[in-house]
Ligand binder design. Structure first.
Ligand SMILES: [Zn+2]
Length: 282
């Protein structure tokens, strides 16, 4: 499932479209008219949490959310004529004079005037962990509003902090040695801040392409980025989808546990159960 870092990487890859004039825009599954945008300039393409926003001249915004299987692809046109046949599952075809982009299998595709949506899913979105200016203290305050919620669910609540999905949830909590099933109230502000700082660093490294085949492993003196030996981890993950394999930090078997409707991967030794702080009301 694409998470915030993947969306930011897609947004970076799509930048060649920005500044170009729309030569074609079609939404094969949708009923919204698009002809009025032909000839208009593409003003910006940006990720907000797990959403991708393409903004056109005249404040029109194309919003896609990729959920589990959605994808965006871009290719240079190299003087080729525009595609007229699209692959199965195409939900957006967008072209300028130089580039052509296809979005497939995204369940959310909305074209609307900025600010005009009656129900705007972006309005309730929390601050983006991968925004240019990230305010970690504000994010800690938002997590605090979910004090009763297990931290493994709270960090994935896009209304609190946008961008973290199932993979980074498991990887981040493991790297910081935090118990995913303990409510947010059992963690100090400093721990929440360090978790968010860590995820910001790790996800940003992934956007920049620096984290390829690296996993984040807790170590004495704090977490560090460890380059994994061949076969040490699946796609550079320390715990995600490594149930039954030895923890890269301590050798204990990694466990897969159900949390909400998803799986959480934990090392029971590196992430000991967090009991209520003695003397606190939690
Ligand atoms: Zn361990």
């Amino acid at each position: 499932m694409p998470e915030g870092d993947t969306l930011h990487r897609i947004a970076l890859r799509m930048q060649p479209l920005v500044g170009g004039l729309v030569e074609a825009l079609s939404l094969p599954r949708g009923t919204q008219p698009t002809a009025h945008l032909v000839g208009k300039r593409i003003v910006s393409i940006e990720a907000r949490g797990k959403n991708l926003l393409v903004t056109f001249e005249g404040r029109w915004v194309l919003h896609t959310h990729l959920r589990m299987n959605g994808a965006w692809r871009l290719r240079a046109r190299d003087d080729r004529p525009l595609s007229s046949r699209f692959p199965r599952g195409t939900v957006v075809h967008l072209a300028t004079a130089t580039h052509e982009a296809l979005c497939t299998n995204a369940p959310t595709v909305v074209l609307a005037r900025a600010g005009s949506l009656r129900f705007d899913p972006l309005a309730s979105l929390g601050p983006d962990l991968l925004a240019d200016e990230v305010d970690l203290d504000a994010m800690v305050r938002r997590l605090r509003a979910a004090d009763e919620t297990p931290i493994g669910l709270a960090v994935m609540d896009q209304r609190l902090v946008a961008g973290i999905g199932n993979v980074w949830k498991s990887e981040g909590l493991f790297a910081r040695g935090l118990d995913p099933f303990a409510p947010v109230a059992r963690f100090a502000d400093d721990e929440l801040r360090a978790l968010l700082a860590h995820l910001h660093m790790a996800m940003q490294a992934n956007v920049d392409g620096r984290a390829h085949r690296r996993a984040l492993v807790p170590a004495r003196g704090g977490p560090r980025i460890t380059r994994l030996s061949v076969g040490g981890a699946r796609e550079g993950h320390a715990v995600y989808e490594r149930a039954g394999a030895p923890c890269l930090a301590c050798g204990t078997r990694v466990e897969r546990r159900k949390q909400g409707t998803r799986s959480t991967y934990v090392c029971p030794r590196c992430q000991p159960a967090r009991s209520p702080t003695p003397g606190s009301a939690a």
